[in-house]
Write a protein that binds this ligand. Structure first.
Ligand SMILES: CC(C)(COP(=O)(O)OP(=O)(O)OC[C@H]1O[C@@H](n2cnc3c(N)ncnc32)[C@H](O)[C@@H]1OP(=O)(O)O)[C@@H](O)C(=O)NCCC(=O)NCCS
Length: 172
């Protein structure tokens, strides 16, 4: 398995593979990707268009880390530089906005490697992300890598589902 960090992905076949991975995992996200219109939207109450495409358009041109098996995309993590919002103000940063691994490739450390690639490539940047508080696998990885919770928005994704922000300070 090859892990590749690209600040811009221009290969249409790999872009389409990412879109297909989003479709495959759509309902695992909380709320589903198809119920959102952007990777940075603050209102995470259900809505959206019923398709992943509006969301996908907002991540397509972002930097990405890919897991490639014989040039086939098994997983990805899109991230953006210097994302700020009400809960993230530190600059410079690298904000991991969307990640998914094909079900057959899970549990082999790929998401851990995506974060490690970003952490090592940009030691001067804070690395940050957000997720829902019941995404236990993701939270396990973040804590293992030394991230700490910086903010918790209770019931942000519906009753009893909180949004949590995590960050790792610069390493230099
Ligand atoms: C989240 C996701 C990307 C993780 O990818 P992955 O490549 O399987 O992740 P890794 O193999 O690097 O790590 C998974 C870790 O979580 C742990 N884990 C899995 N389920 C867990 C749970 N319920 N509770 C605690 N830890 C758990 C695993 O043991 C593993 O830790 P370890 O390496 O220390 O043993 C993948 O499950 C996925 O695509 N999920 C659907 C989409 C999604 O949730 N994306 C993230 C949205 S913010």
């Amino acid at each position: 398995m090859e892990i590749v960090l690209l600040e811009k992905l221009t290969d249409p076949a790999k872009q389409e593979a990412i879109r297909q991975l989003l479709i495959l995992a759509d309902q695992e996200f909380v709320p589903p990707i198809s119920a959102r219109t952007s990777s940075t939207q603050m209102n995470l109450a259900p809505g959206g268009t019923g398709s992943v495409d509006a969301y996908y358009e907002t991540i397509r041109d972002l930097p990405v880390v890919l897991a490639l098996e014989n040039d086939r995309v098994v997983g990805f993590m899109h991230f953006r530089f210097d994302h700020t919002c009400d809960h993230i103000s530190y600059l410079p940063n690298a904000y991991a906005c969307t990640s998914s691994v094909h079900p057959d490739g899970r549990g082999h450390g790929l998401m851990t490697k995506f974060y490690t690639a970003i952490i090592e490539a940009y030691p001067e940047r804070m690395v940050c992300t957000r997720t829902w508080h019941t995404n236990l696998g993701h939270l396990h990885i973040l804590r293992k890598l030394g991230f700490t919770e910086t903010c918790c928005l209770e019931n942000d994704r519906g009753e009893g589902i909180h949004t949590v922000y995590y960050a790792l300070p610069p390493r230099v």
